[in-house]
Ligand binder design. Structure first.
Ligand SMILES: [Zn+2]
Length: 291
């Protein structure tokens, strides 16, 4: 059964580790991430963006597939199905479809409107025992990759949103989505400390986990980051492994064109990457928090 991300993240704050959010795109992605998390006895969050949801024909399909896979794969670790960077409408749609966790990204709205909509969703999610992630300040993206530093959130705004009763808070601390530019300035730890001071035990979320050096990841966890989003990195290793298979001509040997064979190297590469990240984040053997 899917669970809210609140319990696993509150435990992560107490235990000074972070739970990984890995985004899914299809059945292979989902199966690989669930396999890795189960092998590592780690709680895990499956992220689904609006675009990925649309690709999979809608949030209803995603929720039904994930729910069934927890059963058919005998998954024993806590799993949350989480809307990633949802608009207000997508949030309502994902709640309706049976997601167990929602991110409402109102960062592009005027702060007052972000506040109002977040407030409404806090009540809605609380009534259904779902976790809710809010975002303060935009997180830099590939489109502004020429900028060496990502956005940094205002600590006072973070406190205002945290006090609404969200379960976790994404705040820009110089992190960027996608691949980091050469001239990236690194995570802004002073900003992270200032935000942490304002929001207390609220689990903080680090977006754009791909390409942040391991020592900076560990320091961010020490300073209160309890959820780290990884998306691009799984895409890169999947593409690399698939390219290698085709370049080696394996799709032309025997029945190497069978999709179950063609997609296997990429699938295995995702398992390896997720396993590596879970170990780095320290969430291995943390699945038994409910006991
Ligand atoms: Zn993000």
């Amino acid at each position: 059964m899917l669970v809210s991300a609140k319990g696993m993240l509150d435990e992560a704050v107490k235990g000074h580790y972070a739970v990984g959010q890995f985004n899914i795109n299809n059945l292979e992605w989902t199966k690989a991430i669930l396999t890795a998390a189960n092998n590592m006895n780690a709680p895990v969050i499956l992220g689904v963006s609006g675009g990925a949801g649309k690709y999979m024909t809608g949030f209803k399909t995603v929720a039904a597939m994930v729910d069934a896979m927890l059963d058919t794969m005998n998954i024993s670790v806590p799993v949350a199905l989480h809307l990633d960077h949802g608009t207000y409408e997508q949030a309502l749609d994902a709640i309706d479809a049976g997601f167990s966790s929602i991110m409402f990204d109102g960062s592009s709205l005027p702060f007052e409107e972000n506040l109002e909509k977040t407030k409404y969703l806090v009540n809605l999610c609380a009534g259904k025992s779902l976790s809710l992630e809010a975002e303060v300040g935009a997180i830099g993206g590939e489109e502004d990759g020429v900028v060496g530093a990502g956005e940094v959130a205002d600590p006072a705004e973070c406190k205002t949103i945290a006090d609404l009763g969200v379960s976790m808070l994404a705040a820009g601390i110089g992190n960027i989505h996608g691949v980091y530019p050469e001239n990236w300035a690194g995570l802004q730890f002073d900003a992270l400390k200032a935000i942490k001071e304002q929001v207390g035990d609220m689990p903080l979320v680090l977006h754009g986990g791909t390409g942040i050096p391991d020592d900076q990841i560990k320091k961010a966890i020490d300073l209160g980051v309890a959820k780290i989003n990884v998306n691009t990195e799984c895409q890169i290793v999947f593409a690399e492994a698939t390219r290698k298979y085709i370049e080696a001509g394996k799709d032309q040997q025997g029945k190497g064109f069978d999709p179950r064979k063609l997609l296997a190297p990429g699938y295995d590469a995702i398992i390896d990457k997720v396993t590596e990240k879970i170990a780095l984040f320290g969430s291995d053997n943390k699945a038994d928090y409910k006991l």
